[in-house]
Design a protein around this ligand. Structure first.
Ligand code: ADP
Ligand code: MG
Length: 360
């Protein structure tokens, strides 16, 4: 359905896309992941010609869309795009947002367009908001309207550019649920996303972008479970763990806890697991405060696929050895940590003490 050959895009002297080659087949659900600034948005924008590629070819249904004789508006209609920032017409009602395109660009009658719009609002769960003003809606509702508006143009593929990044965390799932539904119904989708769990279970193919290339291309099982190339590996491992460096006993505990909570939410850890993580970390840092001569701790929270639970690792520079052994038996902090742990392991690695706590 879409074939991209040697696509290159430069902004002045900056080469963002070096050499992109890819084929997207009808019905595929593709997630595009990678660090920010690697050209994911630029790639989507080149596909539907919001940006003009510097060189290379893009074919849609075998039509060369960069050929100067190609009817660009017609080609662009085949590709809907959903942006991070919704881009609705805020001064119009919800239903008018959905009918304006089909009436003006597809030549539909008002009645026809409204009938289809109501069907689509049902699909995204917003039929009762048809006559509301777009700016009266919540972010999650706006984004669902944006998806319905996209569908109203009968696209062959929808390109999503981080559709949930601008949303309040409580609204992410309602939007993801709608995208899941489209995927199940066989719509062709390309989704740039930071929601890794979503990418993993919704898509049948994952592209990891880096260095201006599609650096690795594979099934979700391959990319998330067994990435082959160096940069993919480090990206996947980084997003699955939370790392924090503490270099003063007076560090900002609230800031650290807020970041841990965000990490837990992102990975859909239960509330109980999150509380346990926070508790164990806080108790251990209290112990470090009383015992460490040099306060230099690297903390890591990671989901261990092997054990199917959470592993918290503390690295500190120093000669102390295992501080859990040094503390009093009846120290309340030690008791809490032991109570929450399935297993506690101590390792001495070069100049460092490493304590690994596997949560129950
Ligand atoms: P991603 O979506 O992966 O975060 P982008 O495609 O937004 O990356 O951007 C890739 C690079 O291209 C960035 O360095 C960005 O600053 C640059 N860039 C994007 N759009 C433009 C533009 N219109 N003009 C100049 N530089 C741009
Ligand atoms: Mg982007």
């Amino acid at each position: 359905m879409i074939r991209v050959e040697h696509l290159e895009k430069k902004f002045g002297s900056l080469t963002v896309l070096k050499d992109i080659n890819i084929e997207i087949k009808k019905g595929e659900v593709i997630s595009i992941i990678g660090p920010s600034g690697t050209g994911k948005s630029t790639f989507l924008r080149c596909l539907n010609l919001l940006e003009h590629p510097t060189s290379g070819k893009i074919f849609i249904d075998e039509v060369d869309i960069l050929d100067k004789n190609t009817d660009v508006p017609k080609m662009r209609q085949k590709m809907g795009m959903v942006f991070q920032s919704f881009n609705l017409f805020n001064h119009l009602s919800v239903i008018d947002n959905l009918t304006i395109g089909p009436i003006k660009l597809l030549g539909k009658s008002k009645g026809e367009a409204e009938k289809r719009a109501m069907e689509l609002l049902k699909v995204v769960g917003l039929a009762e908001k048809a006559n509301s003003h777009a700016d009266e809606l919540s972010g999650g509702q706006k984004q669902r309207v944006a998806i319905a508006r996209c569908l109203s143009m009968d696209p062959e593929i929808i390109l999503f550019d981080e559709p949930t990044s601008a949303l309040d965390p409580t609204m992410v799932s309602e939007v993801l649920a709608v995208i899941r539904k489209l995927a199940r119904e066989g719509m062709t989708l390309a989704i740039v996303t930071h929601e890794m769990d979503f990418a993993r279970d919704v898509s049948n193919r994952v592209l990891y972008m880096d260095e201006g290339l599609i650096y690795e291309d594979g099934s979700p099982e391959q990319i998330f479970g067994n990435p082959q190339r160096e940069k993919t590996k480090s990206f996947i491992n980084r997003i699955r763990s939370f790392n924090y460096h503490i270099d003063s006993p007076d560090f900002d505990l609230y800031k650290m806890n807020a970041e841990i909570e965000l990490f837990c939410e992102k990975h859909a850890f239960s509330h109980k697991v999150m509380k346990d993580i926070l508790l164990v970390i806080e108790e251990l840092l209290m112990l470090y405060k009383t015992q460490l001569k040099i306060f230099d701790v690297d903390l890591r929270v990671a989901y261990s696929e092997k054990h199917n639970n959470i592993e918290i690792t503390f690295d500190n520079l120093g000669e102390e050895g295992n501080i859990l052994d040094k503390a009093d038996e009846d120290d309340i902090g030690v008791m809490i940590i032991k109570n929450k742990a399935e297993k506690i392991e101590f390792q001495r690695i070069e100049e460092k003490n490493r304590l690994i706590i596997l949560l129950k």
